[in-house]
Each structure stands twice: as structure tokens, then as C-alpha cells.
Design a protein. Structure first.
Length: 260
């Protein structure tokens, strides 16, 4: 089983002091793409401020991100599981899993700058989402769609994929039929009628808790139906999701929650 996660917009600043070693990150064959994107990003952020802000989609109040990006090569790095923060990562709490010696090798975090990362991979604070287009390089998503295709297929090699990524990052690499996607539905009663909807906070927090529970349980389902049974065993309400549009598409599952 491999658990695919998105990154987070919010990121901590690792204490360092050593910078990232590109050859030591997950799938080291991706190092040339990582290096090329870092060079393009640092050039952009060392140049005219208005162009860099616009390319990264950040405001004037966030211009410090340009300074951080411009110094990426020498910036202090720390475990990605510590750098990524926010609702999903707060619920998952990768640092506490590490302290309790719970293995996280089944987790791959997708990133606009790094492609894919293990939680233990050391990275600096950075700003570069999957939607960014870098001058002279183009779309980072397009770069990763090409670079990830063969290495990630070889790495997955028939393993069940539990795909918890958000839309932009799901587009970087598409798993086949031995995969599940998860949608979290918030169920509530309004005016005597039970309603369900997708709510960002519930979605992120539940996915973080689900990933943590799977890792702690030691269960390693190999097929979508085995995954659904494992999640039910963990106490979740699981239902079939929207039907697949093609034969080789992942199995869609809905997890229904009423409260956090």
C-alpha cells in the first residue's frame, strides 16, 4: 500500500543547518528535474518583484516568500513531515508517528517543486504550488507529469494506491485500477432533512486521521475492497463513491462523518 498526500500551503521553517540533498530524496532519478525547477524558481525570485509575485500567485504581504525561494540552495532543511503544516498534517501528526516508531515509508507527498517526497526527506521552507509556471521552464505540473510517469509506475508496481491528494496534485500522476480515491462527506440534519456536502476542513482533517489510523494499525490492504474493509474496521462509515468513467480508473469511496 502507498498513501498519496498533497503538500500544504503553510510550511514551517526547519532549524537546519544543512541544506537539502537532492540525491537523497525519494526516487533519486528525479534529481535533474528538481534541480532544474529550483534553478528556475530561484532566478524568478531573485528578479523583479512584481513578476515573481504574479508567477507564484502571492500578494505583496507575502513577499518574504521571494527571499526564501531565492536562497533555496543554501536554506536549512528538515523532514518534510515537520515542514508541512495545516489541517491535514496536524491531524496526521507525522512527528509523533516518528517518535512512536510508526513506519511512514508507505507515504508519498506530492509537491510542485520536489515531485514526490517521503516524510523523512529533508527539504527547506519554499513556495511553489503545482499551478505555477516558471519563466523559461513553463508549467511545473507539465514537468512532473513527464518526469514522474515511469519512475513512479516502477515504484508502485501493482501496489494498492490510497489516493488522498487534492485535484491539482492528483493530476501529476494517475494511478490505474488498483487504487482508491476518497471523498469525505459531512452529514448533518437541517430542517428535519439529512444533508451531505463536501467541507474542506472535514475533508482535510478526516484524510489526515485516516492516514494516521492506517499507519498505526499496521494493516496493508492490497486491493480496493480490502481497503474498504480495513477502513470500516477502523470505525469509519464507508460507502461507494461516484461510478468510474473508465475501466482502469481508481475505485471511488465516500467516507461519511458527522463531526470532527
Amino acid at each position: 500500500m502507498l498513501i498519496f498526500l498533497p503538500p500544504s500551503e503553510t510550511k514551517a521553517f526547519p532549524p537546519g543547518p544543512a541544506p537539502a540533498d537532492l540525491d537523497a530524496l525519494a526516487l533519486p532519478g528525479l534529481a535533474p528535474t528538481r534541480s532544474s525547477l529550483i534553478d528556475a524558481l530561484t532566478r524568478l525570485c531573485a528578479g523583479p518583484e512584481p513578476e515573481a509575485l504574479a508567477a507564484l500567485g502571492v500578494s505583496e504581504r507575502q513577499k518574504d516568500e521571494l527571499t526564501h525561494n531565492a536562497g533555496l540552495r543554501a536554506a536549512p532543511a528538515g523532514p518534510a513531515g515537520d515542514v508541512y503544516t495545516g489541517v491535514l498534517y496536524d491531524a496526521l501528526d507525522l512527528p509523533s508517528l516518528r517518535r512512536h516508531e510508526v513506519g511512514t515509508d508507505d507515504v508519498l507527498i506530492f509537491s510542485g517543486l520536489w515531485g514526490v517526497l517521503r516524510p523523512s526527506d529533508r527539504i527547506p521552507h519554499y513556495r511553489c504550488s503545482a499551478g505555477v509556471k516558471l519563466p523559461g521552464t513553463g508549467s511545473v505540473s507539465a514537468a512532473w507529469k513527464k518526469a514522474l510517469r515511469e519512475p513512479l509506475a516502477a515504484h508502485a508496481d501493482g501496489t494498492l494506491i490510497v489516493d488522498l491528494r487534492s485535484g491539482a496534485y492528483a493530476g501529476l500522476w494517475a494511478p490505474g485500477s488498483n487504487a482508491v480515491t476518497v471523498r469525505v462527506l459531512h452529514e448533518r440534519e437541517a430542517g428535519g432533512t439529512v444533508k451531505r456536502s463536501v467541507v474542506s476542513h472535514f475533508n482535510k482533517a478526516t484524510k489526515g486521521r485516516l492516514a494516521r489510523a492506517l499507519l498505526e494499525s499496521g494493516q496493508r490492504p492490497g486491493k480496493p475492497d480490502e481497503f474498504a474493509d480495513a477502513v470500516r474496521d477502523l470505525g469509519y462509515t464507508v460507502e461507494p463513491g461516484p461510478p468510474a468513467k473508465r475501466p482502469d480508473a481508481p475505485t471511488a469511496l465516500d467516507i461519511v462523518v458527522s463531526e470532527l
